[in-house]
Design a protein around this ligand. Sequence first.
Ligand code: TRP
Length: 328
Amino acid sequence: MLSGIQPTGSGSHLGNYLGAVRRWVAMQDGFDAFYFIPDLHAITVPQDPATLRRRTREAVAELLAAGLDPERCTVFVQSQVPEHAQLAWVLGCITGYGEASRMTQFKDKSNRAELGPATVGLFTYPVLQAADILLYQADLVPVGDDQRQHLELTRDLAQRFNARSGPTFTVPSGYVGQAGDRVMDLQDPSRKMSKSLPPAGTIYLQDDPAVLAKKIRSAVTDAGREVRADPAAKPGITNLLIIHAALSGRSVADLEQDYAGRGYGDFKRDLAEVVVEALTPFQRRLSAVLGDPTYVDQALRRGREKASEVAAGTLAAVHSAVGFLPAT
Ligand code: TRP
């Protein structure tokens, strides 16, 4: 199993945690799991070098604080394993120009003025993502549904390469989260919680308790006053119910019953408590991890070694299949 999470922005948010990281922690035992920080992908849009370096480290620390154990899974940084870029080149040579042009994330990002003019890197982003996955012969790739198309491309490229050059890659399956796992923005519940939306709608894992409570208190709710899940008519309160259920382990139906006849205010107050209670232990572990640089360094060295071993094996097979002259 393999997945990646971008290091950009102001840290991970609740959508990353509930939609991805929490599941990764649960999957580290049942699977041979590889988790990485795609910093090569991060530079497809402008980055400040010092911030990128700090955020990459912090992103790793967040994963460790959330419960990934370097003894039970492989955690690494993409740029430290050069085979990613090397395989991306070969895959780029079997990717159609039109095929790459159809990727919706490229179309979206290349039209966002704040990201500057679109680059070739942004265009070939999905090819690099395919390389990430195929390098490790991943069977399973848990991703959000915004990555579904990139996964389809990965499968197409794997099948195409295998058909042309002989069986080389495992064709991966997606493991796309369901709508229910999706956390929406608190200010605009029609959009997925995202670091690129204003912070008032995004619950960052590192927000302090006062900020968390304020964000929840000011979350957009809907007309009426009933605490009831109804995605069409009450997207705001539905999102808050989903967040509560995900963190408290209670069912949405149970919560609805509990809050019957009570207003949004009560519910939000309790939800703020649930969120603070869930995030406080995480924040404590995060400061411990960040305060122990050798722990992070050792985790990354180990992760890089394990990742490199698998990556080198796949790349050697690919180079041989395409006819590159082996170095002596
Ligand atoms: N593109 C993914 C995202 O934005 C991150 C990513 C890069 C990834 N390479 C990957 C996810 C490989 C899964 C597998 O969420």
